[in-house]
Design a protein around this ligand. Structure first.
Ligand code: G2I
Length: 449
């Protein structure tokens, strides 16, 4: 809950009165200060999250600290491509489902990390190239983002696609070699698969104004200008012993493009200026209205991928470090509240009679598209449906999900699969498909039963 500024002012005034009357100040100040990271961040409308793994959810003291302090989680590894699709078209959602269930039961939000990345690909994808890889990528996004549709606050749709150093160019990878448009195709596909998730581009060594962050800035500006769906930029912020003086300015320039900024993988080397730097990063985010949340890359120091760096907020016994106090104090000092989030897309009105209706929305690029079809039952529930739609001439369906289909060109019938045939009165279900080619699809017909 966001506390109105007037409450904070009142607390400050009452503290002043307490001082002048000689009363104990501690009572007044403790009334204003939240005692956990998540609660303190929530006061300015933000989240404070941590990376975890399903096998750590019952491990102590990890679990106690995670559940007490954080109001958001991200899968450190278990939503990556190698984990969710170990064999082509064979999906494994078990660990991710556990993380989401854990979060939902505790009112935490979930960041999804990550749909496409040059690293941690399953072996079968590493061996692919060209249109086979492009289609596999699209299918992966559809299936994974589709599976967790409506349950992910923000997806890292694409991770680490830019080169280090001063080139300002893309990183070479099998994905990049499928064509420079692979990133926008990934974002369009993700939007169709989960329209309510915020879609982020995420990268490291972007923690200040430099050639790499500027290249990303230019991509985001171009996406916004051309209507490619992007909602946020993730700054990983794996930091050493000093903070780039342009850290906040960099956050601000992305925010000024009209995207949110999230600090997505924060950890800071211990032994230098750790506590101060944690405070600085937190204050920089709070100073920018569109910096909407911070995630630390692990809970306890020994959980960290940076062995020996002790870069997190809690030691191995779950004790709070000075860095923790620096963050909590910064959060409790307040910040610019983020603007309200945009309303979810309007739902289709149900048809007035019985039977069913179908609407289609398309995300297209030159040479291909992803279509999402929404099937809505009328005034009675239905048990099975068939949608007939006309694929534009020259286009061809290359894959579908949540429906069986007949053929791939011309008039194509899509029928429900075992788990989505029953639709309650006025309720909807969705299926989708991807296709090569161009053109638009007229409103399809729907037959119940
Ligand atoms: O490298 C730090 C992070 C940089 N940004 C993207 C993040 O996804 C990345 O996270 C790290 C995880 O913290 C590590 O835990 O990504 C690594 C590579 O996916 C993760 O390491 C891997 C090891 O390389 C594997 O050998 C191991 O099987 O973790 C796997 C699961 O423990």
């Amino acid at each position: 809950m966001r506390r109105p500024r007037s409450v904070r002012t009142m607390v400050a005034i009452s503290a002043t009165i307490a001082l002048s009357t000689g009363m104990a100040v501690a009572v007044a100040t403790s009334a204003s200060a939240a005692s956990t990271l998540g609660a303190a961040a929530a006061e300015s409308g933000r989240y404070f999250g941590a990376a975890t793994n399903s096998f750590m959810l019952n491990r102590q003291p990890h679990a106690t600290v995670l559940n007490r302090e954080f109001n958001s989680i991200v899968a450190e590894n278990e939503m990556k491509w190698y984990h969710t699709e170990p064999n082509q078209n064979q999906f494994n959602f078990t660990a991710g489902d556990q993380l989401i269930a854990h979060a939902r039961a505790r009112g935490m939000t979930v960041r999804g990390h990550t749909l496409v990345w040059h690293a941690q690909q399953p072996q079968w994808a590493q061996n692919m190239s060209g249109s086979a890889l492009r289609n596999a990528m699209i299918n992966h996004i559809n299936r994974v983002a589709g599976h967790w549709r409506g349950q992910i606050h923000s997806w890292d749709v694409v991770n680490e696609a830019f080169a280090d150093g001063g080139s300002g160019g893309r990183r070479d990878s099998n994905l990049q070699r499928t064509g420079n448009d692979w990133i926008e195709v990934a974002f369009r596909t993700a939007r169709a698969a989960d329209p309510n998730a915020k879609l982020c581009y995420n990268d490291y060594n972007t923690d200040g104004i430099n050639a790499k962050s500027t290249a990303i800035y230019n991509m985001v500006r171009d996406f916004k200008a051309r209507g490619v769906p992007i909602d946020c930029v993730g700054l990983q912020s794996h930091l050493g012993t000093s903070l780039d003086p342009t850290y906040q300015q960099n956050i601000q320039r992305f925010a000024d493009l009209g995207v949110d900024v999230q600090i997505t993988e924060l950890d800071i080397q211990q032994g230098g200026n750790q506590a101060n730097m944690y405070g600085q990063v937190t204050r920089a985010c709070l100073a920018v209205a569109r910096c909407t949340g911070i995630t630390v890359w692990g809970v306890l120091d020994p959980d960290s991928w940076r062995t020996g760096a002790n870069p997190l907020l809690f030691d191995g016994n779950g004790n709070k470090k000075p860095a923790y106090d620096a963050v909590l104090n910064a959060l409790n000092a307040g910040g610019n509240p983020p603007p309200p989030t945009t309303a979810p897309p309007a739902t289709t009105p149900p048809p007035s009679g019985g039977g069913c209706s179908a609407t289609v929305s398309m995300n297209s690029w030159n040479g291909g598209f992803v279509a999402t079809v929404r099937v809505t039952a009328g005034s009675s529930s239905i048990n099975g449906w068939r949608v007939r739609l006309n694929v534009p001439s020259g286009a061809s369906v290359t894959g579908a999900w949540n429906a069986d289909r007949s053929g791939n060109t011309g008039a194509v019938d899509f029928t429900n699969v075992s788990y989505n045939g029953q639709v309650g009165a006025g309720q909807s279900t969705e299926f989708g498909f991807q296709a090569s080619g161009n053109g638009s699809i007229p409103t399809p017909s729907c037959t119940a039963g």
